[in-house]
Design a protein around this ligand. Sequence first.
Ligand code: AMP
Ligand code: ZN
Length: 273
Amino acid sequence: MEIENEVKETIRNHNLIKEGDKVVVALSGGKDSTSILYILKKIGYNVEGLMIDLYLGEWSKIHNEKMTKFCEENNIPLTIVDLKKELGQGICFIKAVLKEQKNLTGCTVCGIIKRWILNKWAKKIGADKLVTGHNLDDEAQNVLMNFLKGNILLGVNSSPATGGSEVEGFVQRIKPLFFVPESEIMKYAKEKKFDILYDKCPCAFGTYRVETREWLEGVSNNEKMKIVKNFQKLVSRLKGENVTEIRLCRECGEPSRGEICNACKIFGCLNSK
Ligand code: AMP
Ligand code: ZN
C-alpha cells in the first residue's frame, strides 16, 4: 500500500499525468514495469502496455507469454513489437555487430534501440505519456556511474519526467517509481503474487551498471534516497550548462541530439553487414 501512495505523491508533485491522458507503460515483463502497470490501472488511469520482443531466446518467449496473460487478466490492452519485423534482426545479432564494429558493449546498444522503438510506437498508438519502470536504485546507480565516469552532466536530464510535449516528436517519458527502492517493489510484486520472471536480464553481466549495482548493495534505501535527492537539487543548477538542442534525425525523423540519431548510426552498421 505504501508504494501506491508514493507513486501517487510522485505523480502529483511532478505533474506526471493529466486527466484524460493515455498512459502507455513500457513493459519488460519484470517486477518494476509490471508493478507500475498494475498500480496505475488500480489508481484508475487509462493504461496500455507496450512490449518489445527482443528475441532473447526462451527468456523473451516466457516474458511475452506471461505479460500477455497478465494484461488479459487485468483487462489492459497490450502491443508487442517484434524486433525482427522492425529491424530484421534479434538483439543478440545487433549487439554482436556493434561490438565488432564499434566496440560498443554492455547495455548501451539495447538501451538506444529500446528508446527509439518505444518512442516511435508510443506515438503510433497515441500515447500522451510513456512510463518506464526505473526505480530509486536505477537512479542512484546512474548518479554514481556518471560521477565515476567523470561526467555528472550526463545525468542532467535525470528526473521523474524527461522529454516532453515541448519537444517535437518526443512522447514524454515518465518514471513514477523514481523514488521507490527496488527492495520495496520486489516485496510488493511478491505480495501480489505476480506470475512473472523475477530474474535479471541474461545479457546484463560484467557491465559497469552491474558493478555499480553490486557496489551499492550494502547501502541503505535511506542513503540511496539521499544520493538521488541531493543530485536532483544539483540538476536545476547544472541544466544551464548542458543544454543541447533536440532536433529531428535526418534519416528517420525521430528526435535526436545530433543530425543523425544514435539508432540510425546503429542501423548504418547493420546495413553494412
Ligand atoms: P532496463 O533498461 O532493462 O533496466 O529497463 C528499464 C525500463 O525500460 C523497464 O522498467 C521498462 O519500463 C522498459 N523496458 C525494458 N525492456 C523493455 C522491453 N523489452 N519492452 C518494453 N519496455 C522495456
Ligand atoms: Zn534516426
